[in-house]
Structure formats: C-alpha cells, structure tokens
Design a protein around this ligand. Sequence first.
Ligand code: NAD
Length: 338
Amino acid sequence: MLKVGVFGVGHLGKYHLNNWKEIPEVSLVGFFDPNNDNAKEVEKIYGLKRFMDEEALIAACDIIDIVTPTQHHFPVCEMAIKMGKNVFVEKPMANTIEEGKAIVNMVKEANVKLQVGHVERFNPAYTALKNASLNPLFIEVHRLAQFNPRGTEVSVIFDLMIHDIDIILSIVKSDIKNMSASGVAVLTDTPDIANVRIEFNNGCVANLTSSRISMKKMRKIRLFQKDAYIGIDFLEKNTEIIKLKKPEDADTFSFDIETHQGTKTISIENPVIEDGNAIKAELSSFVHAIINNETPVVSEIDGFLAMEVAHQILEKISKSSPTLKDSTEANEPMPLED
Ligand code: NAD
C-alpha cells in the first residue's frame, strides 16, 4: 500500500480525497491545511488526521498530493522531493519558470515520480481518441467559464488555457515557430479573457480562446486535418470524427457528396465514450506509474513545457498591455491560522 498525504483540502482537495479513497493500492495518512474551517470539515467528514507539521506528514508518506493555491506548489514540491517522495501537483506546476526548472532538476536528482494535474488528458472524450491518428493542420479551441474568484490568483492563461496548451502540446509534436496573443483584464487585475495564435514548425496553427467571465460554459477542441475533422467536447463528454471514408474503414453512418472530382463518401463516427471519472483516472495512473516504474502520463517535463508556453503568452500580452499586473508574481504566502 502506498501512503498518501494531501496538502490543501479546499475545493479540489476534497475531490482528491474522495478519489484517493477509491484507489485500492493506496491508503490516506493525513492532510495539512492552514485553514481551520476546511481542516475541521475534513477531520469531521473524512475522519482523516490533520498534521500541524508539514515535514511530519511528508515523512509518513510515499506520495504527496499538492492541491494548494499555485504560489504554494513550489515550496511543498521542494520539501517533498528533497525528502525522496513522489509528488502529484495540481496545475500549473509552479508559479515561475525558475521554479519549474528547479522542480524538473530536483525530480531527476531525487529519482522520484512527479505528475501534474492536467486532468483533461484523462477526460473520456479525449481518451476515446487513443487509437485515432491525430495530425491536425488547424486547431480551434474554446474554453469558457463563468466567473469564480477561486483560481484568480493567476491569470486565465494559467487558470484555464494551460489545460488546452498541455493537450495541444501532447498532440502536435513540433516546436513553436511563432505566437501572437492578446488579453484583457476585466474583473481582476490579470487577463480574464485571452486569445492566442500558435504557429508550429510543422505548419499546424492553433487558435485558442479562453475566458473566465463568460455567461455560458464551453470546453471544446476542434481538430482539422487533411482527411478528417475531429471535435472533442470536454464538457459534454462527446467526440465526433467526420472524415472521407476509405474502403477499409468500419461500417459507420455515411453519406455521399458529389464534387467536381467525383463522388466522395463522408463518414461520421462517434467513438465510444467510457464512463469515467477523470480525477480518479489521473490519480490511479500516477499510482501505476510509481508501481510499474514508468514515466507518468503528464510528467514534470510536460508540466514545465505547458508552463513555459503559458509564460510566453503572458509576456506577449503584457507587452501589448503594459498596465496589466504580471500575474506570475508570487503572492504573499498565507500565514498559518492559530
Ligand atoms: P481552494 O482555495 O478551494 O483550496 C486551496 C486550499 O489550500 C485551501 O484550503 C487553503 O487553506 C490550502 N492551503 C493554502 N496554502 C497551503 C499550504 N501551504 N499547505 C497546505 N494547504 C494550503 O483552491 P482549489 O480550487 O481547490 O485549487 C487548488 C489548486 O488546484 C490550484 O493550484 C488550482 O489551480 C488547481 N485546480 C485545478 C483544477 C483542474 O482542473 N485540474 C481545477 C481547480 C483547481
């Protein structure tokens, strides 16, 4: 049994607790959280031990799960990795590029496993495409959310867009050639809405729009490739593949279109979406990576690359709107309550 300790039992931390409890290969040892209200609630509902000493919790565990606000990710990561523990850390992996680089180096040196909480990689609408060949030429992304003060300690780029940056980097295996970005701070002092165009060396272009001040929610990625359109709806959990049908393709719904080049058959396929809880899947996957000594699905390198692109985007936006606060600045650490 691998022993797990959780840092941060706020909104997402409680989801993590529920899911850790359902993973047979682990047992929960305890948690650390300076917020007395959250801590008391967790002690009462989960009957889980509250540690008042961070080191004591880390020492008692094999896996440290970090679900604190972003500015606390690095100090907890550092302490846990240096004590030789495996770390699951929520996205974004850290606040600054320097912190991100330091985490990558420490993980290597300590020879531990680290996974970053880019949970959309485990969304059943995305995993349904595991056997599809994805080589998009153009990608259109919309991630729109209603305003929620939670998470606004960072810009919309680090709060929401980073999920899509990670997915796109996992699909497009090519370096970035050029980027242009714009963003506006509406309700907070960092960008709340942003649009980015990323051009890759292989010719693929991705256009990403993220907003955390929308009236309606949307989480969609549309991939356009030479012979297919693939729509992934992360929110509604459905996936659609529309493509030119080849004789060897499975028997799916199809129809004919007359073109000047002759009759083309178009097929519409809806891959089976498995019932699944993406948070449980990501935590389980991390546990299996540790047990089988494999690289986690979203490694520290993936977490760093997504952060790096997010920082570049924010820099571009800051240059075009110099009055915006640099949302990558670390906020004051939260003091421990009595
Ligand atoms: P939250 O504010 O609801 O909870 C954070 C908790 O961490 C609070 O209880 C706070 O007291 C505690 N905390 C603060 N400093 C701490 C420290 N040093 N040690 C231990 N606990 C500490 O925030 P949340 O919405 O749960 O978000 C937490 C993290 O999860 C953030 O990094 C956020 O970006 C990430 N997140 C990820 C997703 C996702 O889709 N993967 C979704 C939401 C949030």
